[in-house]
Design a protein around this ligand. Structure first.
Ligand SMILES: [Zn+2]
Length: 387
């Protein structure tokens, strides 16, 4: 059935087109509405359109969006019943607000300063929001909904007064590299200074192949949907957590507070790179292992999010090394153990063994990834520092 030709759809289309003042935008809308949405063909380009066009395209996407509930995950082709979009982000009010900008410094009402002298632009955000149960695409988002914490794993100098010049030089070199390659949205240097690298509303390279979910939604490949915050820090050989300075933790708390307030980011969507990172070829979790353990969640004003089940394991049956996970007490291992339990529950409910269920769900993940790949939404850019 072709819903696009349905009289109701035609009336809706004509009404919407009539409301678009700009003739070029109107034409583009009619092209979108008349056939396969342009939005699907090249989302990053479409993201440069106006908010009204994005809204119109989102309505259409709801009509065109595919269904994943059955044996194979099908690319969106047949129009299913429209599903309501998820509530817009930004629910927690304006507890922290922007105060002023002087020169290259932004001031916020909670005492946060952000240095924007290295700020650069990327591509506008645009990402699919999946239903965590049906795996349907239920909407497209263009605002950040979470935070991924990183450590740069770059070269460090001892944190002592006599090394100040070297500490400054290393920080500057790092920032220049990050800006050139559009890596992370924020860097917190060793003196606790917060730098914005890629502007919030744009995509930065920081968590290409990754999976996370909250109560309402599942996110795959978080470069588009999450904000990347990196500590200038390095994980020692014997440690599973990077060493940070007091100043960095104080600054991180203020930055998290501001971002959560500005975008209504739920606490459970503030997690570490190790918790979200996956390898799409080996289908193993923990492709990157920065902050596998020891992120001081409480000091950042967050609950201990190491106690959230890994969605990659729970929903998609990702592999992991069972011996390492059983022996380890790290936050990452806890995340995997909880994911395994949830996956076993899901398998029982489906009347399958855990192995059968995991194999089936891994296949679904690969089908979704292929679909994203065809739309250029699954890029991961390697950069030289991180583990
Ligand atoms: Zn990372």
């Amino acid at each position: 059935m072709d819903l696009a030709g349905h009289p109701l759809q035609l009336r809706l289309r004509a009404w919407r087109a009539g409301r678009i003042r700009d003739p070029v935008a109107r034409l583009r809308y009619l092209r979108i509405a008349g056939g396969l949405p342009l939005f699907f063909e090249d989302p990053p380009r479409a993201a440069r359109h106006s908010a009204r066009q994005i809204a119109a395209a989102m309505v259409l996407l709801l009509v065109f969006a595919g269904k994943i509930g059955d044996a194979r995950w099908e690319a969106p082709a047949e129009p299913p019943r429209p599903t309501p979009p998820v509530a817009p982000v930004g629910g927690s009010g304006s507890r922290v607000w922007f105060v002023e900008r002087r020169g290259n410094w932004e001031t916020y009402s909670n005492g946060l300063y952000v240095d924007v002298s290295y700020q650069t632009a990327g591509e506008p955000r645009l990402y699919p929001i999946f239903d965590p149960e049906s795996l349907e695409i239920k909407a497209w988002g263009h605002q950040p909904v979470g935070i991924v914490f990183h450590s740069t794993e770059s070269q460090l100098a001892p944190f002592e007064p006599r090394h100040t010049r070297q500490l400054l030089r290393l920080g500057t070199n790092l920032l220049e590299y990050l800006r050139r390659n559009r890596v992370y949205h924020y860097l917190i240097d060793r003196f606790g200074r917060v730098y914005r690298v890629v502007q919030d509303e744009h995509v930065a390279h920081h968590a290409g192949y990754s999976v996370w979910k909250d109560q309402a939604a599942l996110y795959i490949n978080l470069n588009g949907s999450f904000i990347g915050i990196a500590f200038e820090a390095r994980t020692g050989d014997e440690l599973s957590q990077p060493e940070t300075t007091e100043a960095q933790l104080r600054a991180a708390r203020l930055l998290v507070e501001m971002l959560r307030s500005r975008y209504g980011i739920p606490a459970q969507n503030c997690v570490t790179h190790a918790q979200v990172s996956v390898n799409p070829r080996s289908l193993r979790v923990g492709n990157h292992l920065d902050w596998a353990d020891g992120l001081p969640y409480r000091e950042l004003g967050l609950p201990d999010n190491y106690r959230i089940a890994s969605p990659a394991v729970a929903l998609f049956g990702f592999h992991y090394d069972p011996v390492t996970v059983e022996r380890s007490r790290s936050g990452f291992a806890e995340c995997i153990r909880l994911g395994r339990s949830e996956m076993e529950r899901r398998a029982r409910a489906a009347g399958l063994t855990a192995e059968q269920y995991a194999a089936r769900m891994r296949q679904r993940y690969q089908e979704i990834l292929r679909w994203l790949g065809q739309r250029n939404l699954n890029r991961e850019t390697r950069y030289e520092f991180e583990t």
